[in-house]
Design a protein around this ligand. Structure first.
Ligand code: GTR
Length: 385
C-alpha cells in the first residue's frame, strides 16, 4: 500500500497487523534500579526525571536549561481584528545567548468579549506560514482562528523555521547557533528539540502578557509538529494540556510495533530531527530504553489529547492508542481515570471526558476543523472544571 503524501524512498513499510513483531515495552513504573514505582512521590522524584533523561539522551537531545536574555516587542496590535471579535498581536520574541539572537514571530489573537486573562491554544506550525495569516485574508482549517476565538480562547502560532529550518542542512541556522555545544554533542538537540524549546519561550512570553492565562496554555502540533508538542509538554510542566495530532513515529505511536513509519526510516529521511544517539536504534527498536508510552506518561497528570486519521496508517493509529493505554497506570497514580476502552473508538467518535483523550478522524493525514473542534471540547472539559 502506498499512503498518499509520504514518499517511501524504497522503504518497505508494514501495514499488516499480523506482521507486527512480538515486543515487550519497558515498564514505565519500574526504575532503572529495578524498583517498582508505587507512589506519586516516587514517580515525581525518581522515575519521571529518569524518563526525561532517557528521552534527552537517546531521542530528542538535551534541552538547554538557561539562556542569556528574553525580550519581546509588539510589532502590530489591532483591537478590531476579525470584525471586532478579537485583538491581534504580532509579537517578536527575541532570545539572546552566546551573543547570538533567535527571533520568534508570534501571531496571537485574543477574544475581545472574554474576561481576561484567557486560556490559549498555541500551534507549533510546521506547514506554510499562510496557514496562520494575521490579516485573515487567507483562512485555513489548519489553524481555524475564528472558531477558536468564538469559543472564548485565545489562539497563537509560531513557525518552526524561526527556531530551526526543517531542512537537513539548514536546521543549524536558528537556536543551535545560540548553543554551539549542542551541535557537536551526540546527545545534542536537533530540529524537533529546537521547536519544542521555542514553544517554551512562547510560554515565557505568555507569562508576561496580562491578556493570557499562562497556567492554561494548550500546546498543539500536527505530525512533526505533534512530535514537538509532546516533547515540549514533557520537558516543560507549565503546559496545561498537550495536543498531538497524527504525530506517528517518535511522536505518540509505539516504536516497537514497527507499523508504518519506523525509527530507521525516520532517522534516514529526517536525520536533522533527533539526537545523534537515536540512530543507534535504526532497525533495533527492541533495545530502546524507552518507548513512546513513556513520553505520554511524562506528561501525566496533565490532560493529553491524541488523534489519528483513518487513511493515515503511516502514523500507526493503533500504536498511538496503545501508547495512551500503556500510560494510563501513571495517571492512575494520581487518581486520574482515563475513559479509553481497551480498543480504539470508532471513526469520528472522540473520547473527550477522559484525562487521556483520543479520536480517529475519517480521512487523510492532516489537521482539520474537525480536529480543532474536539481540541476545544477537550479544553472545555479540562480547563473549565
Ligand atoms: C512524514 C514523516 C512523518 C510526519 C510527516 C509530517 O514525511 O514521515 O514522521 O512527520 O511527514 O510532518 O507531515
Amino acid at each position: 500500500i502506498l499512503i498518499k503524501g509520504h514518499a517511501q524512498n524504497g522503504f518497505q513499510a508494514n501495514y499488516d497487523e499480523s506482521k507486527v513483531p512480538p515486543y515487550t515495552l519497558p515498564d514505565v513504573l519500574r526504575t532503572t534500579g529495578n524498583v517498582a514505582v508505587k507512589s506519586k512521590a516516587i514517580w515525581e522524584k525518581v522515575r519521571r526525571p529518569e524518563i526525561i533523561k532517557l528521552f534527552e539522551e537517546n531521542v530528542y537531545g538535551q534541552m538547554p536549561r538557561s539562556y542569556g536574555q528574553l525580550t519581546y516587542s509588539i510589532k502590530n496590535e489591532n483591537a478590531g481584528a476579525m470584525g471586532g471579535k478579537a485583538t491581534l498581536k504580532e509579537v517578536l520574541i527575541e532570545v539572546v545567548n552566546n551573543n547570538k539572537p533567535v527571533k520568534i514571530n508570534l501571531v496571537l489573537f485574543v477574544p475581545n468579549k472574554q474576561k481576561k486573562p484567557v486560556p490559549v491554544f498555541v500551534l507549533i506550525n510546521n506547514r506554510g506560514k499562510n496557514n496562520t495569516d494575521p490579516t485573515r485574508a487567507e483562512k485555513s482549517d489548519f489553524w481555524p482562528a475564528e472558531m477558536v476565538i468564538d469559543s472564548g480562547y485565545a489562539i497563537a502560532a509560531f513557525h518552526v523555521s524561526d527556531l530551526a529550518p526543517d531542512d537537513t542542512a539548514k536546521y543549524v541556522d536558528g537556536v543551535l547557533q545560540l548553543y554551539p555545544e549542542q551541535l557537536t554533542a551526540k546527545n545534542g538537540m536537533r530540529a524537533i528539540g529546537a521547536w519544542a524549546w521555542g514553544a517554551s519561550r512562547v510560554l515565557d512570553y505568555f507569562e508576561k502578557d496580562a491578556d493570557i492565562d499562562a497556567k492554561k496554555v494548550v500546546v498543539v502540533g500536527h505530525s512533526r509538529g505533534g512530535k514537538a508538542s509532546l516533547w515540549a509538554a514533557a520537558e516543560d510542566q507549565r503546559f496545561a494540556i498537550c495536543v498531538t495530532n497524527c504525530s506517528g513515529n517518535t511522536g505518540a505511536a509505539l516504536s516497537r510495533r514497527r507499523f508504518g513509519e519506523t525509527v530507521g526510516r525516520i532517522n534516514t529521511v529526517f536525520p536533522h530531527w533527533f539526537t545523534g544517539h537515536y540512530k543507534k536504534f535504526n532497525n533495533n527498536e527492541d533495545s530502546l530504553p524507552i518507548d513512546q508510552h513513556m513520553l505520554i506518561a511524562a506528561i501525566a497528570p496533565r490532560p493529553l489529547y491524541a488523534t489519528n486519521a483513518s487513511k493515515d496508517l503511516w502514523a500507526d493509529p493503533k500504536g498511538t492508542f496503545l501508547s495512551l493505554k500503556n500510560a494510563e497506570k501513571v495517571y492512575a497514580l494520581f487518581g486520574l481515570k482515563s475513559n479509553l476502552n481497551s480498543d480504539p473508538p470508532a471513526i469520528n467518535q472522540p473520547i473527550i471526558n477522559s484525562q487521556l483523550g483520543y479520536h480517529i478522524r475519517e480521512g487523510e493525514h492532516n489537521l482539520t476543523a474537525f480536529d480543532w473542534s474536539n481540541f476545544i471540547k477537550f479544553a472545555n472539559a479540562h480547563l473549565k472544571k
